[in-house]
Design a protein around this ligand. Sequence first.
Ligand code: KG4
Ligand code: ZN
Length: 351
Amino acid sequence: MFSPKCGNGEKSCVLGIESSCDDTAAAVIIDGVLRSSIISSQSEHIPFGGVVPELASRAHDRLLVPVVQAALQKAGIEMSDLTGIAVTRGPGLIGSLMVGVSFAKSLSAGLGIPLVGVHHLDGHMDSLWLGASRPDPPLLVLIVSGGHTQLMRVDASGRRIILGKTRDDAAGEAFDKVAAILGLEYPGGPEIDRLAAHGNAGFHEFPRTRLPDYDWSFSGIKTSVLYHLNRLDLPERTRYLEKHLADLCASFQEAVVDMLVEPVQRAMEMTGIRSVGLVGGVSANSRLRDRLEQTTSSLGGHLHVPDLEFSMDNAAMIALSGSLKLARGEQDSLFFTAHPSLSMDLEEAPV
Ligand code: KG4
Ligand code: ZN
């Protein structure tokens, strides 16, 4: 079998592992080139309308070995070819993270190769460099996922600064909670996106919460969708939803997109930065992509979005972050632990 002969000093061959929430993923990067990316999304959470932590950990435990084997096989390498391992250290569900971190530590010890822990959001940011369009800093990056909503500035030196973040729910969480209110399956974001394409975004004006600086709050819009439906008794509500589900999805989505785009536009105007990245699961939203594309190009800028397979949680982004760290000589000891609320360890500063 063809072997790229990693580990002979000529090649770097890094396995990335991601298990922070409900996707079990592994990927291999050889000399900076992505050779495989395998994602197994757990379906056991659907009947519960959200991720059940205990079920997620058990599923990671069951899926991780076959997912890693598939990633190695697709990359055309053996386990013994690996020269380094990168694993998501946090933030995320502690049980889920521990499955990935413990597995990565055992592999690192068994093979005698270095291990690095990666911050999940650094991984999402680095997903911008996995596709064809690879932006040069300085740039602004909007991270929108199920757990985070954050605006970052990446300086020309590569330094990362947090400009703003959500004070309560993340944008993806708002999509998922409103989808549940509307009776849609988890995860609701893709479903709202799909239905909204057939709806009237001007059907109902949900309130847009605007905060100073570059912060967000999405709890108000979620409550306002709930109150909008609670005015109706059950039979009226059922008829209303039958008739206007797509209109409500489109109206809600438009409000969230307005709220997400406005601070990015302001940051572009304030900083003069014209390169914008959009990452995280919600970056798959078609309306958000279109609106941010319009906004950046109207200001003479350019929007960079990862391919869809790298928008949602994946291990390619973790393998890339980790291989960059390993190339800089960074590595973690076998005593490092998973951290459910790991901070990004960065400055928080106004523009
Ligand atoms: O980045 P991700 O896979 O996991 C986290 O790190 O949280 O993001 C998952 C989130 C979920 O809330 C999901 O509903 C949302 O991304 N999402 C979407 C779309 N696709 C995924 N939200 C809106 N529109 C979409 N097309
Ligand atoms: Zn994520």
